[in-house]
Design a protein around this ligand. Sequence first.
Ligand code: PMP
Length: 377
Amino acid sequence: MASGQEQQHYEFSAGPGVVPGEVKAEIAANLVDFEGHVGRSIMEMSHRGETVTRVADEAEATLRALLHVPDSHAILFMQGGGTAQFAAVPLNLVGRSAAAPVRADYAVTGTWTVASAKEAGKYVAVHECVNVQKSAGRFVAVPPQSAWAPTPADAAYLYYTDNETVSGVEFSWVPTVTGATELVCDMSSNFLSRPVDVARFGVIYAGAQKNCGIAGLTIVIVKKSLLGRHRADTPTVLEYKITDEKKSMLNTPPVFAIYVAGLVFKWVQRQGGVAAMEQRAKERSAALYGAIDASGGFYVAPVEPSARSRMNVVFRIKHGDEALERLFVAEAEAAGLHTLEGHRSVGGLRASLYNAMPMEGVNALLDFMARFRAKHA
Ligand code: PMP
């Protein structure tokens, strides 16, 4: 690279994650004078006004089209991130039988399901049908549902995390539920990265800051027939039914984050929709895992191929040479490849390859990894 100015920068952070360049340019062009409103920025407009109402309606309609969300399901724009949903899910789904202890089933495949099950435990009796943490060998995998403990018949819902962001473990299939048990999924870190049959789910939720823009907005897709099942003591801001009734404008919403999400949804549409996102995710992650597997043990991916995340590629150097990993992160940073350190709870390395990561970013990382390996093997 001839000069610092010409250096490319790629953001591999697990979240907040990369935002499409086109979207950032659109935001910049409209930041001060919003879409021709001279002197008026969307940051300052009332959420009850015509412009913000239109922006929010459009964002919702675009998302509905992208994921083919059926009329049976409502789309809610909430706040509090995935963490608020850890509580909102049990609070909204177990109210009907408040007198009796109510059960929920959790398929624990990593850190975020551990956290959500712990929070749910304040409100429901938690059953764990599987716990990958406990059964983990050196290579983490997701056992097939036939190997899980059966979901108790009285479980209000079966909960799973489609993509575990910390350990880089992703489902390649959708669990099944029977009877009155609803399927609930945390799609925070792989939302909009592949088609999904929304009709199968009671609740899908995702924080926006990975695949649809910036932090502050949480997207909840909920089966309308479940609205009204909340416990009487559910905090109003966490209640799905009133959020739906108030068209996600119960209180001041995160207007700017909704605006950005709407731009990202349109960007996904222009790219060819979620099928195109899936194709790109496969290409990016296959290239990176391929290089790791071909490195003769210098780089090691600790997840079974069947459960490897397409979004968060977790790897180690020489099975955990921490000094070399620190050097890798520092040298990568200097080369414009940002935030490649693993989650603080597990260490190692992690390259997050969200929808907006261009293949050029992956290729730049592969070049760097080859150079680093040649120096340190
Ligand atoms: N679920 C998953 C899969 C996540 O990756 C995260 C955050 N990285 C959360 C939940 C928590 O989300 P938030 O920080 O938005 O509360």
